[in-house]
Design a binder for this molecule. Structure first.
Ligand code: GLY
Length: 344
């Protein structure tokens, strides 16, 4: 999956270079109501509503309609400017319009830069299920920058940081320990963060290059997500949504506890991660009364097989095992320990 990744804080220059070099007849920008303000307004701009509840077929249809109205053809170029919602949905709309138009992703959130914009997953929610319809279609280029992050709410930075942590947990203990030594209240050091992003995104790129369509190894990138998605879905069902990365952070702790139970993952690293998550990812809204519903959500996850709950687990930081079956008893024990770690 050849994707050209550009790490820069001069986004305009990178876009100018890419658009001047490319032989396209029209550039269409897709952004949401917030991100549309982030770059000087070009001529052909499609603005979609923000929020996961608008990541729907109706919004995709609106994008196709607008592209048609603007006279887009297969030789046009789409630039998606926004967070995961924009790059997922805009990528899907571009990848399917007239059987596929080249598109560039310009993620504006940390979560988008480190995960959603890279690796070719596109799609939208359907019948209440997240990303139920979609296709693997990589952006030709991804421009990764920290320049949009100064105005991001701290919750949004923390949310993306959970995926940065995940990548370190899959690859490198020194990086994992460095990441735990982070103060979200300190001003952003753009050069340092851009370098961290470069290392973090490379972990994903290497895994996706070996398994672009998630037949095997790419499932490693679901570390923290079997539990995390269930927590996120339950919070959404209760109409008390939590940021994706918060659920992933709680999922990462729970899955390292499961890794300890099943694969002797070292307990000192469970504790280190647990402390960091307790200090930075507050607001865990669940009790033991929710366990049955959480288990049901895990059994219905599109990644589970025949109702068996599987996770990516670790023997140690950097050494992962995909498709590990875990029992409901293991999970409830791990959730109990998670709640201890979070001081609940
Ligand atoms: N977000 C995980 C992946 O792209 O596979």
């Amino acid at each position: 999956m050849g994707q050209n990744l550009i790490f820069t804080n001069d986004v305009q220059a990178a876009i100018d270079r890419l658009t001047n070099d490319s032989d396209h007849n029209l550039t269409v920008w897709i952004a949401d109501v917030n991100t549309a303000r982030l770059m000087p307004a070009p001529a052909h701009f499609i603005t979609i509503p923000d929020g996961d509840e608008n990541k729907t077929l109706a919004t995709v249809t609106r994008v196709w309609d607008e592209m048609e109205r603007m006279g887009a053809t297969r030789r046009s170029l789409v630039i998606n400017l926004g967070g995961g919602m924009v790059t997922d949905l805009g990528g899907f709309a571009a990848a399917t319009f007239k059987r596929g138009v080249r598109f560039i992703n310009v993620p504006t959130t940390l979560l988008g830069a480190v995960d959603a914009a890279v690796g070719g997953k596109t799609g939208f929610n359907y019948h209440g299920l997240k990303n139920e319809i979609g296709t693997f279609a990589p952006a030709s280029d991804v421009i990764i920058s920290t320049r949009f992050f100064d105005t991001l709410p701290v919750e949004e930075m923390k949310s993306g940081y959970a995926e940065v942590l995940k990548h370190a947990m899959l690859s490198n203990r020194d990086e994992f320990l460095r990441l735990l030594d982070h103060d979200f209240n300190a001003p952003i050091d753009h050069d340092d963060l851009l370098e961290r992003l470069r290392r973090s995104v490379q972990v994903k790129v290497d895994i996706v290059a070996r398994d672009p369509n998630e037949q095997g190894e790419r499932k490693a990138l679901n570390l923290g997500h079997t539990i995390g998605h269930a927590l996120e879905s339950l919070a959404m069902k209760r109409e008390k949504p939590v940021p994706h990365g918060y659920a992933v952070a709680w999922g990462l702790v729970t899955e390292t506890i499961l890794s300890h139970i099943r694969l002797q993952f070292p307990s000192e690293d469970v504790h280190r991660l647990g402390h960091f998550v307790r200090d930075n990812y507050r607001g865990f809204p669940f009790t033991c009364d929710d366990y049955d519903e959480l288990l049901a959500l895990m059994r219905h996850d599109k990644k589970s097989r025949n109702g068996e709950i599987t996770c990516t687990l670790l023997t140690s930081i950097g050494d992962y095992r995909i498709d590990q079956a875990v029992t409901p008893d293991d999970i409830t024990a791990a959730l109990d320990i998670l709640r201890d770690h979070l001081g609940l």
